[in-house]
Design a protein. Structure first.
Lengths: 85, 281
């Protein structure tokens, strides 16, 4: 597992529109020259942000890459517990 | 002689739309209530006729990424840009519509940096790093339509292990207080982020909070008990989702032993929102 390989790829997907478009059009081609393990490559090809996060991808990147961010929503209800004051 | 005329800390995704998308109407209602308190805090801050606002916050791999991740960094120069993100998602959208450029208080930033290095704080410096929602969401909520006070952004690495320890963050805050005291300026300081959310920074934990730990932190701050806070470990903060409390530790060092008043605390299935103000002279 390489935190650098995964996170630099997430960062590029977030900040570099041309690369993001290339990845969307041809995922295996966009990743071809990158130094990724088989598990990392497979997670990106599946666009599986939970797996990418599990492999070391930083949470905030997995939640903010345009078009493939993990969207987590919650039930609209009051949380249990007592108010602070 | 300079003085810290305002000190506050608050959550930093202040975006009703974000919370409505994440948590429904309850999310919108709670963040709007929190923002109302932060606006009132901002009015009190501006009423002190401040010369500068120190903002202690963290980067979300927007300004610093893979060339360097500084433990603590002072933004110097004359102005700073906001982070720009095409097709922004989630919390990045909180920046949309905000001005692109902000004035810095160049001389105060330089003094914090130079006197810090002299005092043994090996601070990083940046002339170019942009600031993201962690800085601008609170700053713009506090200022509303008023001109933005010249800023001194200071980053603390809250996410990329290994992070600086809470005691060191507290010590940096004490350095900020000494620098301000030697200056001629009235200075406000805010710390942003938190309270508990995303324990261990894992996607399956998004939605988990630790209200018990939050209330412990609030109790210590309300009572001016800063020793147990400075004794916290990065590991404790990581496990409880309090990683951004490192920013708050810097503020605590700057105002210790002042006591805090909790202006807002709201539990939410995303993050526990908070706004806290200290009783500074």
């Amino acid at each position: 597992m390489s935190r650098y390989a995964i996170n630099s790829l997430l960062y590029r997907l977030k900040k570099d529109r041309a690369f993001r478009e290339r990845f969307n059009a041809d995922p295996p081609g966009a990743l071809a020259d990158l130094d990724l393990t088989a598990a990392e490559r497979s997670a990106f090809l599946a666009r599986d942000m939970y797996r990418i996060n599990q492999l070391g991808g930083y949470l905030h990147l997995t939640m903010s890459v345009p078009g493939m961010a993990a969207h987590v929503t919650h039930e609209d209800r009051e949380t249990p517990g007592t108010p602070h004051r | 002689m300079g003085e810290i005329v305002f000190a506050g800390a608050m959550s930093h995704v202040l975006d009703p739309e974000y919370y409505e998308n994440a948590c429904g109407a309850t999310g919108r209602r709670k963040v709007e209530a929190c923002m109302t308190e932060i606006r009132t805090m901002g009015a009190r801050f501006l009423g002190r006729r401040p010369d500068a606002l120190i903002v202690v916050a963290d980067d979300h791999l927007n300004a610093f990424s893979f060339n360097a991740v500084p433990a603590m960094c002072v933004r110097i120069g004359r102005s700073v840009n906001r982070m720009m993100q095409e097709d922004a998602e989630a919390f990045d959208r909180a920046l949309e519509g905000m001005p692109e450029h902000y004035a810095l208080h160049e001389e105060l930033a330089n003094r914090i940096l130079e006197e810090g290095i002299d005092a043994g704080f090996d601070l990083a410096l940046s002339w170019e790093a942009p600031i993201d929602h962690a800085f601008l969401s609170p700053v713009m909520t506090m200022h509303g339509a008023a001109p933005v006070t010249p800023l001194v952004p200071i980053w603390v690495n809250c996410f990329v292990a290994p992070q600086p320890i809470p005691a060191r963050c507290f010590a940096l805050g004490q350095h900020l207080a000494r620098t301000v005291a030697r200056s001629p300026w009235n200075v406000g300081i805010i710390a942003t982020g938190g309270l508990s959310h995303f324990p261990e920074l894992l996607l399956p934990r998004v939605g988990d909070t630790d209200s018990v730990f939050d209330k412990k932190l609030l109790y210590w701050m309300e009572h001016g008990e800063h020793a147990p806070l400075a004794a916290l470990t990065v590991s404790e903060l990581h496990k409880t989702g309090e990683h951004e409390f490192l920013n708050w530790m810097v503020l605590l060092g700057a105002i210790t032993p002042a006591r805090a008043d909790v202006r807002y605390f709201g539990e939410l299935l995303r993050i526990n929102l908070a706004a806290v103000e200290w009783r500074v002279p």
